[in-house]
Design a protein around this ligand. Structure first.
Ligand code: KG4
Ligand code: ZN
Length: 346
């Protein structure tokens, strides 16, 4: 089954064709990052406007790459939640138009489920159940993947997501936006023990995260240094911050895995590209006799291939939407909200 997938939840306009949930036949991503960099973050209205401009050329390129027409794909999938509402609506409306014109089933996909499914593309042997650490710009979750379309949220961040903390710290250190990659790179040469940083815990919730105190500690270090006219060693501070985030995520994730009895583990989302996190997860998995699946760097960030992968399993489970499909800015990973019947006033 060939699925044409559309992703417009944030600042990437993406389309892909995926066969049977596992083989990526084509994948095209138009990134708006250069434009949003000017403002130090994603400007929602600009994101929606660029999606509107790019969605047709990007989709056409994804079909052309594999030599298929719309008539020849079996279904159209689209990210409908969570994300920037105006950005999601562009993809949802466009996908509906394709389905209406081409007489295709419409498959609604949750963005975070898509991130998890990036691992199905890279790892043919991976199948639920497994425990997944999802770390992106908007989410930090520990998720039980019970089967392909059933999820249980075990832990989450109480404040900033891991990616958000990386981006805010990077901005204060003058590394631009989005700063996660830059912070990772500059920290690779630094000493991770140079700056002792707090490791906040959430009392009574052993699998929840809190990154705002850690982020504020780094920001305070930077402000205090500048007030005193002192300079910070940026590679050492970046290394210390990166190592602290990696340690917090890894400890909580493996504690949950032990408690719930999971030996098959995965990681997903933009922050799963982080070198210190990948190394820490791999070391711990080796020590604990667990099998760990990490997405390749090319599938960590937002893309439509992962949406096409998850869509295959949603379709198998009978999860198709009618033309009343709407976008949701926030939606828990375990919930579906695509089959709300709209009252049409004629
Ligand atoms: O999953 P994603 O592409 O978008 C969302 O769904 O949010 O994640 C983007 C986030 C950004 O915060 C970005 O700075 C972070 O992932 N990121 C990284 C790295 N690469 C991307 N954070 C730390 N280290 C990296 N190598
Ligand atoms: Zn994402």
């Amino acid at each position: 089954m060939n699925i044409l997938a559309i992703e417009t939840s944030c600042d990437e306009t993406a389309a892909a064709v995926v066969e049977d949930g596992r083989a990526v036949l084509s994948s095209v991503i138009y990134s708006q990052i250069e434009e949003h960099k000017l403002y130090g973050g994603v400007v929602p209205e600009i994101a929606s406007r660029r999606h509107t401009e790019q969605i047709i050329p990007v989709t056409r390129a994804a079909l052309d790459q594999v030599g298929l027409t719309l008539e020849e794909v079996d279904a159209v999938a689209v990210t409908y939640a969570p994300g920037l509402i105006g950005a999601l609506l562009v993809g949802v409306s466009f996908a509906k138009g394709l389905c209406l014109g081409g007489g295709k089933p419409l498959i609604p996909v949750h963005h975070i489920r898509g991130h998890i499914a990036a691992n199905y593309i890279a790892h043919p042997k991976l199948a639920p159940p497994f425990l997944c650490l999802v770390v992106s710009g908007g989410h930090s979750h520990i998720v039980e993947v019970l089967d392909y379309t059933r999820f249980c949220l075990i832990g989450k961040t109480r404040d900033d997501a891991a990616g958000e903390a990386f981006d805010k710290v990077a901005r204060v250190l003058g590394l631009g936006y989005p700063g996660g990659v830059a912070l990772d790179q500059i920290g690779s040469t630094g000493n991770p023990g140079a700056y002792p940083l707090p490791r906040p815990k959430v009392t009574g919730s052993p699998y929840d995260f809190s990154f705002s105190g850690l982020k504020t500690a780094v920001i305070n270090l930077a402000h205090n240094a500048s007030q005193k006219g002192e300079s910070l060693h940026i590679p050492d501070l970046a290394a210390s911050f990166g190592a602290t985030v990696a340690e917090i995520l890894t400890l909580r994730f493996f504690a949950a895995a032990r408690e719930l009895g999971y030996k098959t583990l995965a990681c997903a989302g933009g922050v799963s590209a982080n070198s210190r996190l990948r190394a820490a997860l791999e070391a711990k998995a080796g020590a604990q006799g667990c099998t760990l699946y990490l997405p390749p760097l090319s599938l960590c960030g937002d893309n439509a291939a992962m949406i096409g992968a998850q869509a295959y399993y949603e379709y198998q489970a009978g999860h198709t939407a009618d033309f009343g499909l709407n976008a949701c800015a926030s939606l828990p990973i375990g919930e579906d909200r695509y089959n709300i019947k709209q009252e049409v006033i004629l």
